[in-house]
Design a protein around this ligand. Structure first.
Ligand SMILES: [Zn+2]
Length: 346
């Protein structure tokens, strides 16, 4: 066997051995270029045949061409096998289309966004503040004295002072009102101004259809030299009309809250009936918020002169307004995570 014949045999073995290992098209293409491509090993070898002695030229040429056909056939065979593997592999790579569903915002978030939108349009600033609050903001600054029942452990989640390494009086805020004072201080607001502060609050309450230990409130405050209860009444009537998309009137009933004087409950005309229904307990009115004229002590705590300025404050529960608007009968549904309930608000 001549030297060239020897080389052909070795090339044949090597090419077949490598071809067996190949599993994907790119490796197969690299193999083709290396062995049978235009500048591959075999064509190069065949090009050199012309330099061999005549007798050898004939034999080597014959064997070389046979090997070329052999490798080309093996290549075609492998190409089919590899592309079939790719087709079989296809469904594993591409997931079936369709079936994906868009999510949407939680009903309480939708309500909160709506409240912010309506009050922003009426010139209110949006305030924010911490959920873990100092007692002085949650109670003292709001004219809630130490002996007030709201300060008892029965209503409030207290933070163990030892757990935060101090003597400080820290609570989970029971209302959104502390944000009024915080924002007036931090934003250096001077009258006249109007702001609302929506957010999450916490009460140590046993959950039932109308009570939750965690819920959302929004707080409003308007201060100027001349602002009055009449202004307040007009603003909230406009707010409820826009929120419920129905012409609403409001009425005020005397009530007591430590941070206002006088204080009142706000009722709106029933948005479901004219003569009385189950929702309004056949009165034609639905209780929607607490409010009042800001107590002089609270104004002083905001560094606002109560001799010169006056203002209104109000607070409503976002959960409750959402329940009225959508006819939800159990407040616990909002935190249930029940997808069947939530999908109704998409
Ligand atoms: Zn009614």
């Amino acid at each position: 066997m001549t030297n060239t014949q020897q080389q052909i045999k070795e090339l044949e073995k090597k090419a077949h051995r490598e071809l067996v290992e190949i599993q994907d098209p790119s490796a197969l293409e690299a193999w083709r270029v290396l062995y049978i491509g235009r500048s591959g090993k075999l064509p190069e070898m065949l090009r050199n045949v012309k330099n061999l002695p005549d007798e050898e030229k004939r034999i080597v040429g014959k064997e070389g061409n046979a090997l070329r056909r052999d490798l080309e056939e093996a290549y075609e065979e492998k190409r089919h096998a590899v592309s079939k593997d790719q087709e079989v592999g296809l469904p594993r790579v591409a997931l079936p289309a369709g079936g994906a569903k868009w999510g949407h915002l939680h009903p309480l978030t939708l309500s909160m966004n709506r409240i912010i939108e309506i009050f922003s349009a009426m010139g209110f600033i949006i305030a924010d503040g911490p959920e873990v609050e100092e007692g002085k903001y949650n109670f003292d600054a709001l004219n809630i004295p130490l002996d007030h029942p709201a300060r008892g452990e029965g209503d409030t989640f207290m933070i163990d002072p030892k757990s935060i390494g101090g003597e400080k009086d820290i609570v989970l805020r029971t209302q959104t009102s502390p944000m009024q004072i915080r924002s007036v201080q931090s934003m250096h607001l001077t009258p006249p101004f109007k702001l609302i502060a929506p957010g999450r609050v916490f009460r140590r309450e046993k959950a039932d259809a109308t009570h939750e230990s965690t819920f959302y409130q929004f707080e409003g405050l308007g201060i100027s030299e001349t602002i009055s209860i009449a202004d307040f009444k007009g603003i909230v009537a406009e707010f409820f009309t826009l929120f419920f998309q129905k012409e609403v009137t409001v009425r005020l009933r005397p009530s007591y809250f430590p941070f206002v004087e006088p204080g009142f409950e706000v009722d709106m005309s029933c948005v479901f009936c004219k003569e009385g229904c189950r929702i309004c307990k056949h009165t034609g009115w639905i209780e929607v918020m607490g409010a009042g004229m800001v107590h002089p002590n609270v104004l002083k705590n905001m560094n606002i002169d109560p001799e010169k300025y006056q203002g209104f404050a109000f607070g409503g529960a976002i959960d409750r307004l959402t329940m009225i608007r959508h006819g939800v009968t159990d407040i616990r549904m909002f935190w249930s995570g029940d997808i069947r309930f939530l999908r109704q608000f998409s």
